[in-house]
Design a binder for this molecule. Structure first.
Ligand code: GLP
Length: 628
């Protein structure tokens, strides 16, 4: 029997299920695994699961643990094979996949130890070939993998099958791609500490699994998901080989779906309900794709490019163009806190009250300065009461070399002035010793984390000062979830909630600036955004909450596109220079973050292309819709 394929499926060459949130997706998937495990239990058979690491499968593992604890699911008949392991890391290393799996799953469920398999990170180079061969044989001897879980790396890799991995590749050692190492830099506190090699199942090994589910969360994965699902099958994106598997599926959340044709260009895949947002998206797309300013689009342009129903519903082109042009025009405002005394009917922010109390949330200390430094600058200049809240200490990002630099200077001062500096010199010696003791990849003791927090505070104070923001306008919350955790596996606690809600209540802002809503849910930004959202929800009903406007900005994720922007804050060349100078004061920024001014320029170029004013650069914001 052949069923009619929907138009979306013609673009999507792998069945793709989009869930609103990652937790809903993970719950559905865990439910599926539960059913499989229990069916096999009844038949007295084992289930072979292929498991993955990274932040992506964490919500899935948490749900399995919950099912085990609360709903009596036993995993005694489960055999597991992990995809990969860093080569060179001992199983005890905090970033080894062995340890990750213990902490995230194995220690909390009843899978027998002898059923658990991972490639060894410590196998001698001359034994790698045999080790990998034996791994393949063990999988076959277990009857092959029934259910393979996958994440996807930014290079499109599955396991560690970096670009260039062939369809038939088997378990082997691989050199990690530069992008992959950059992505892991946070986990290892510096790219230089990330291992260069890994042992990974091959693409061919993975494709032998009977059922495969690839999960992806957050906007950061949207592009690579679309390439894997809709693009050509290519060694450049090893996940694209899943197109050739008979039972492979992508399970993704809404932000990770944004580059799929059915979401991005829905008019190409079926009838569209033309909401104001979809209309703006279509007009901006038509204008930018065909490089014609909005006001010059013609009826023919709409008709010839799949937008005839939009034209018939809202045309003629002339009227539609003007309407969208005006909407876009009204997003531009150099008065992010509202323009006092002005008619604000078409302005993004209301004029009253003036001045406003503006609360700017920065998940890690430097995030806000990097992403919206020019807006902060403008708010201060326009007389608003600005408070930048550095939610976490960010100390995991500070490289050892910075701590070494600081301690060495302190030691030298201590030795030079000797008298009265004994304690400081002692502290410096202790710090230098703890750096040596832990080595490049060891865990930082609490005292070192504290020093690194202070170093980062110094950087941020310095950067803020360059934006005219005095020290008193910076608040360091040092949320406990960050101090207790590591990247990709932070867990929020009630103390975090209490601190954030307390701050909201104390400050009672008229405006909030927030980031993280489209990020990978396990990222620091997403967790921080969740805390603020929860805090606001718990205070709902207080008059200030109902009147407070919440502006969403993008940090490390993809910049907003013009159709999404509700407030575009233009930046003059001089201000952009000032922002760049502020950024230069943050030594712990990655090279990607340093390039943010280029991202601001690109947004301005997009506005220009649509036929709006030609600014040097733009910082952009989305309006948070209540209840979204
Ligand atoms: C690593 C792992 C992959 C994982 C990828 C993405 O490269 N070897 O299996 O899919 O990271 O990680 P995350 O889920 O943290 O985004």
């Amino acid at each position: 029997m052949t069923s009619r394929r929907s138009t979306a499926e013609i673009f999507e060459k792998i069945p793709t299920v989009i869930f609103e949130t990652s937790s809903a997706a993970a719950a559905a998937l865990a439910g599926e695994v539960k059913a499989l495990v229990e069916t096999r239990q009844k038949e007295g058979r084992q289930v072979v699961l292929g498991l993955a690491t990274g932040s992506t499968p964490v919500p899935f593992y948490r749900e399995l643990i919950r099912l085990h604890r609360e709903e009596g699911l036993s995993l005694r008949n489960v055999v597991t094979f992990n995809l990969d392991e860093y080569h060179g890391l001992a199983p005890t290393h905090p970033e080894s996949y062995f340890r990750f799996m213990r902490e995230q799953l194995f220690d909390h469920v009843d899978i027998p130890d002898e059923n658990i398999h991972l490639p060894s990170g410590l196998v001698a180079v001359e034994e790698i070939f045999d080790h990998c061969h034996a791994y393949e044989e063990m999988i076959d001897a277990a009857g092959g993998i029934d259910f393979q879980i996958l994440g996807i790396g930014r290079t499109g890799h599955i396991g560690f099958n970096e670009p260039g991995s062939s369809r038939d590749s088997l378990t082997r050692r691989i050199t990690l791609d530069r992008i992959t190492r950059q992505d892991a830099a946070g986990d290892f506190r510096g790219e230089e500490n990330v291992p260069r090699f890994a042992i990974t199942m091959g693409v061919g090994t993975i494709l032998r699994a009977r059922k495969i589910v690839l999960m992806a969360w957050g906007e950061g994965k949207a592009e690579v998901v679309a390439r894997a699902v809709e693009g050509v099958v290519t060694e450049a994106v090893s996940a694209s080989f899943l197109q050739e598997h008979g039972d492979a599926r992508f399970v993704i959340d809404a932000p990770a779906s944004r580059e799929l044709t059915r979401i991005k260009l829905p008019w190409l895949t079926g009838p569209v309900r033309w909401s104001p947002e979809e209309t703006r998206r279509a007009v901006c797309w038509l204008s930018s794709t065909f490089k014609r300013p909005v006001l010059k689009l013609t009826d023919e342009d709409y008709n010839e490019h799949g937008l005839s129903d939009l034209l018939s519903e809202q045309g003629p082109a002339y009227q539609l163009n003007i309407r969208i042009f005006n909407q876009l025009q009204h997003t531009i405002s150099g008065w992010p806190g509202g323009k006092p005394g002005a008619d604000d009917t078409f302005r993004p922010e209301r004029a009253k009250p003036y001045p406003k109390r503006c609360l700017i949330f920065s998940p890690e200390p430097q995030d806000a300065v990097v992403s919206i430094g020019a807006t902060i600058d403008r708010l201060v200049e326009q007389g608003h009461e600005v408070m930048v809240v550095c939610m976490t200490s960010g100390n995991l990002r500070v490289p050892d070399s910075e701590a070494d630099k600081f301690a060495s200077i302190l030691l030298e001062i201590g030795e030079t002035f000797a008298e009265g500096w004994g304690q400081q010199a002692e502290y410096a010696r202790m710090t230098l010793q703890s750096l040596t003791d832990k080595g490049a990849v060891g865990e930082d003791p609490a005292s070192l984390r504290q020093l690194k927090s202070l170093i980062l505070r110094g950087e941020v104070r310095d950067a803020a000062q360059a934006l005219g923001l005095s020290h008193e306008r910076l608040r360091f919350l040092d949320l406990p979830f960050y101090e207790k955790g590591r990247y990709r596996r932070f867990v929020l606690g009630s103390e975090d909630e209490r601190l954030v809600t307390g701050l909201l209540r104390e400050f009672m802002p008229h405006q909030i600036y927030l980031t993280g809503s489209a990020s990978d849910p396990s990222s620091v930004a997403a967790l921080c955004a969740k805390l603020v959202e929860q805090g606001l929800a718990s205070l709902q009903g207080e008059t200030w909450v109902d009147a407070c406007s919440v502006w969403l900005y993008r940090g490390r994720e993809k910049a907003l596109e013009p159709w999404q922007i509700a407030m575009a804050m233009p930046i003059s060349p001089m201000q952009l220079e000032r922002k760049a100078r502020a950024l230069a004061r943050c030594q712990s920024l990655t090279s990607m973050e340093q390039e943010v001014t280029r991202v601001n320029q690109m947004t301005a170029e997009q506005y220009d292309g649509l036929g709006l004013a030609n600014y040097e650069a733009i910082e952009s914001f989305q309006r948070r819709v209540v209840g979204s």
